[in-house]
Design a protein around this ligand. Structure first.
Ligand SMILES: *Cc1c(COP(=O)(O)O)cnc(C)c1O
Length: 430
């Protein structure tokens, strides 16, 4: 049985042969990986090939695959039941742990995916303020709730257009879009629609247009605008929460949003996400308040066992951020030098253990600049790395992630593959 034959079977029974589009490796020029096993920093496919993994379940696996403490915690929990549909202690411990680390969160609710958390938080913004409009930023990804599947419209109105078949104009007519890092544009929108804006949702560090850092003053400006106009500020920290610090990116820059979304790392590789924030706002959620939201598997004990094992491991190792950052800096430096050597311009946006790689002179400060980079060169680089056993994101404009499982041996192998791949790109005349 090889990966190729399995993938053909998959295509017969699932759209694109996958359960999330990016796994289909569209336009990447290689057949998608079919995973047999993951351990530490590595993945194995059915052909017996091994890959150093820098996708890490799209950032969820900060400890790497099958970390012994996570495996142990999940196995132990299965003995006591896998879902209760009733309150259990793990939920309380997790809620208290999050609240202890993220000072903007007084009260929170657990759900099963980032999409669900975003959808619920936006409903809460509307329910709390009695307003209808939501402002998001072009290139920001907040899951696949209808109102977030938009593209910017043309003209100064900043109203969104549908970004997917099946998402009607009626659904997106309350979504406003403006460029990331463009505080002036956000101010103009607030001038015009401020009274109608229920909330602003933003990735405090953008991780879904490659990595794009907030310019100084951007997030502070959004905090001021929303406060002045009585709108809620929502930080989508699904990627950054528990990755950039135990208190998220908000803890790093010292800005307090009204609501925060967590996901990915907090579930330790199982389905768990959170929305939470100010007491006064969160008490509007059912059954304390009138904003309805529910879930059969919400606060699932297996996901909580995994998530708590991850958080405890991070707390135990109080230099984890520095360790991850050191790995990331090493990788960044190798990428820069490898492409310098072959005269290919690259821009790297890095923060902590998140790396964005763009084939352009740069700078890259919004999705427009990101998309104007050489995406086909990224794809060629991906292929060269993949053939050498290194798994970078199988789509341009995603984040390269590090985990604590990437030891110096893994990194050395990766760096060699990067150098060889860069030289291969020069040879094929890119
Ligand atoms: C992944 C992601 C989501 C969606 O989370 P899912 O669990 O995939 O639904 C939302 N926001 C951001 C910033 C993300 O990176």
């Amino acid at each position: 049985m090889d990966s190729q034959r399995l993938y053909e079977r998959a295509r017969n029974v699932m759209p694109g042969g996958v359960n999330s589009p990016v796994r289909a490796f569209q336009d990447m020029g290689v057949s998608p990986i079919v995973v047999k096993r993951g351990s530490g920093s590595q993945l194995w496919d059915y052909g017996g090939r091994c890959y150093q993994d820098y996708v890490l379940s799209w950032g969820a696996l900060i400890l790497g695959h099958a970390h012994p403490r996570v495996v142990e915690a999940v196995c132990a929990q299965t003995q006591d039941g896998t879902s209760y549909g009733a309150l259990c202690e793990l939920e309380i411990i997790m809620a208290e742990t999050i609240k202890n680390h993220i000072s903007s969160i007084d009260v929170l609710r657990m759900v099963s995916s980032g999409t669900e958390a975003v959808m619920s938080a936006l409903r809460l913004c509307r329910g709390y303020t009695g307003r209808s409009k939501i402002l998001k930023f072009d290139g920001g990804y907040h899951g696949h709730a209808d109102s977030m599947l938009v593209q910017p419209g043309s003209g100064p109105l900043a109203f969104a257009l549908s970004g997917s078949a099946g998402v009607t104009e009626e659904v997106v007519c309350h979504t406003l879009v403006c460029p990331y890092n463009d505080l002036g544009a956000a101010e103009a929108i607030f001038k015009r629609y401020g009274e109608d804006i229920a909330g602003v949702i933003v990735e405090p560090v953008a991780g879904n247009m490659g990595v794009v850092l907030p310019q100084p003053g951007f997030l502070e400006g959004l905090r001021d605008l929303t406060r002045k106009c009585g709108s809620l500020l929502v930080f989508d920290e699904v990627i950054t929460g528990f990755r950039l610090s135990l208190s998220g990116y908000q803890g790093v820059i010292g800005i307090s949003p009204d609501l925060t979304i967590l996901g990915k790392v907090i579930g330790g590789g199982l389905p768990l996400a959170v929305y939470g924030g100010k007491e006064e706002v969160m008490r509007r959620v059912s059954p304390d308040g009138p904003v309805y939201q529910a879930g059969t598997l919400s606060g699932n004990p297996l996901a909580l066992a995994a998530g708590l094992a991850v958080v405890r491991e991070l707390m135990r190792n109080n230099h984890w951020e520095k360790t991850l950052e050191k790995e990331a800096i090493h990788l960044e430096k190798t990428l820069i030098e490898a492409f310098q050597e072959v005269d290919i311009p690259v821009t790297i946006n890095r923060i902590g253990s998140m790396i964005g790689l763009f084939f352009t002179k740069g700078p890259v400060e919004d999705v427009h600049a990101a998309k104007n980079s050489d995406l086909s060169l990224y794809r060629a680089f991906f292929r060269e790395l993949f053939l050498r056993g290194v798994f970078f994101p199988p789509s341009p404009l995603e984040t390269i992630f590090l985990s604590l499982a990437h030891d110096s041996e893994a990194l050395e192998k990766t760096c060699e593959a990067i150098q060889e791949s860069a030289r291969a790109l020069r040879k094929i005349g890119k």
